[in-house]
Write a protein that binds this ligand. Structure first.
Ligand code: SF4
Length: 492
């Protein structure tokens, strides 16, 4: 529950009290995540010393007592233990003796830290619960634990370490707050609501919640208006319609501040405008300002596919479009790994890098910062392909454009609930050849192709990626034609 609550408290509520028949089918990708996670755990825990107490196969009813006995006997390592106190229950993968204490740890098939190097909130909540129960029973002296991550590397979690310069909150503070909320949901004291967010993508309540959001005209249906902004607006804005009809002059204060904490005037105006687009039948997208893009003689549209388990970038798809004297030439190149090894990853990366950098005047488009992040990781794994400085210089070029974050999100408004490439390109009439296109599904196909060698699965991976690249080109072409809305005089 604490794991799920880190991303969505409403999910805890639905898992407890929702109608199970309203859940979506489990996707092949989620099944793959589960089986990969279980296999990873088995592989990591197979490497423990011989004197380890392994309770993973013990009857569930006996585990708590067996764990207590093992700790009392001073076992150096306990696997599959169970801790319980005051109505709380934790099952840490690992308990390791450290002097007179036991430190809890979990095995994860993902990275132990988020993009900023901080403990992942969901993992930290789990470790903190185990630490809490150990501290309560006098078996641990400090708020700490660890994760054995996807590489088998141990990452310490100091649960008392503040997580940001702007916020003094520690993982322990977050855990205590989340625990309080979860208990509130259990005791039916805390009411929860769905919110459109990234976590919905892989959640089995997705269809159920979306229907509820539409029925209630929830403000998170406005693109990029998340749960915290909804909470901040709640005093005056309960629905998309409220937002669309909001009189900004009544809520904006001098200096661009508003009566809504944390939501400035410019951001509020954008939300209001997007809400209007959603409320208006037949509304069309527009640019909020002239867009800094233009057709170029050579354009490259880049999209990569990454297997987070194998830590491999297995496909770099590049669609090139060139102006010729008698028209245009458009062609797609798939730099696909044909095996799972590092050598193959290096080859595909080197080939893609050569194509991307061959023409220094080509304009390169990609969608979201993911490509840059992954190219940094690729460079670190394969430093003979290019230097870190070259990767930074490539993505810093004004001709290398993150179409979503450099243009679409800050400068345009669409009559859509989200600004994913899928949603925008489909709105523009583009159709993927695959009936169920998604990056998550592609990872599952890639895994299957490596195991079976089936040509049709390989084609599916490549076709899907090519369509992503074409979709990026379709969006670019639409942006070039987008009308620029007349600047509205600020009424505050
Ligand atoms: S679909 Fe979204 S809002 Fe609903 S429970 Fe899942 S994560 Fe929460």
């Amino acid at each position: 529950m604490l794991y799920d609550a880190a991303s969505c408290l409403h999910r805890v509520h639905l898992d407890l009290r929702g109608d199970p028949s309203a859940r979506d089918e489990i996707s092949a990708f989620v099944e793959m995540l589960w089986s990969e996670g279980a296999a990873h755990e088995v592989a990591i825990l197979a490497q423990v010393p011989a004197d380890t107490v392994d309770l993973r196969a013990a009857p569930t009813a006996d585990r708590r007592e067996l764990t207590r006995q093992a700790m009392s006997a001073g076992a150096p390592l306990i696997l599959g233990g169970e801790l319980s106190s005051e109505g709380m229950l934790a099952r840490p993968d690992v308990l390791r003796r450290d002097g007179g204490a036991y430190v809890p740890g979990d095995v994860k098939a993902g990275s132990a830290t988020d993009g900023r190097g901080r403990p992942k909130a969901a993992y930290a909540n789990q470790v903190a619960l185990s630490a809490d129960l150990l501290i309560r029973s006098g078996r641990l002296d400090a708020r700490r634990g660890f994760i054995w991550d996807r590489n088998g590397t141990e990452v310490d979690y100091d649960l008392d370490l503040p997580q940001g310069t702007r916020s003094p909150a520690t993982p322990w503070d977050v855990y205590r707050k989340t625990l309080h909320e979860v208990v509130g949901v259990l005791e039916e004291r805390v009411a929860t609501r769905p919110a459109a967010q990234a976590a919905c993508k892989l959640c089995r309540w997705r269809s159920h919640c979306h229907a509820e959001l539409v029925r209630s005209d929830d403000p998170t249906l406005v693109a990029q208006l998340g749960r915290s902004a909804r909470d901040a607006l709640a005093a005056k804005v309960r629905t998309v319609t409220d937002l669309a009809t909001l009189d900004l002059s009544s809520v904006v204060r001098p200096g661009g501040r508003t009566v809504f904490p944390g939501v400035g005037a410019a951001r509020l105006a954008r939300f209001r405008d997007r809400a209007r687009l959603l409320c208006e039948a037949g509304a069309h997208a527009y640019a909020r300002q002239p867009l800094p893009i233009a057709r170029a003689a050579n354009e490259l549209f880049l999209d990569i596919e990454v297997d987070p388990f194998g830590d491999r970038t297995y496909l770099h798809g590049i669609l090139s479009r060139s102006r010729l004297a008698d028209g245009e030439d458009e062609r797609f190149t798939a730099h696909l790994m044909a095996g799972d090894g590092l050598d193959e990853e290096r080859r595909a990366f080197a080939d893609a890098w050569a194509q991307l950098t061959a023409d220094p005047n080509a304009v390169v488009y990609y969608w979201s910062p993911y490509e840059r992040t992954m190219y940094r990781a690729l460079q670190a794994r394969h430093p003979d392909v290019c230097t870190a400085e070259q990767v930074e210089a490539f993505f810093a070029r004004p001709r290398t454009i993150d179409l979503l974050n450099d243009v679409v999100a800050p400068m345009t408004d669409w009559p859509l609930h989200d600004y994913s490439i899928k949603t925008i390109a489909k709105h523009l009439g583009f159709r993927w050849r695959d009936a169920e296109p998604s990056g998550a599904a592609s990872i599952e196909w890639y895994r299957r192709w490596l195991q079976t060698g089936e040509t049709n699965v390989r084609d599916r991976i490549v076709d899907y990626n090519e369509d992503d690249c074409i979709a990026t080109r379709v969006v670019l072409d639409a942006l070039l034609e987008l009308p620029v809305r007349q600047a509205e005089a600020a009424s505050w």
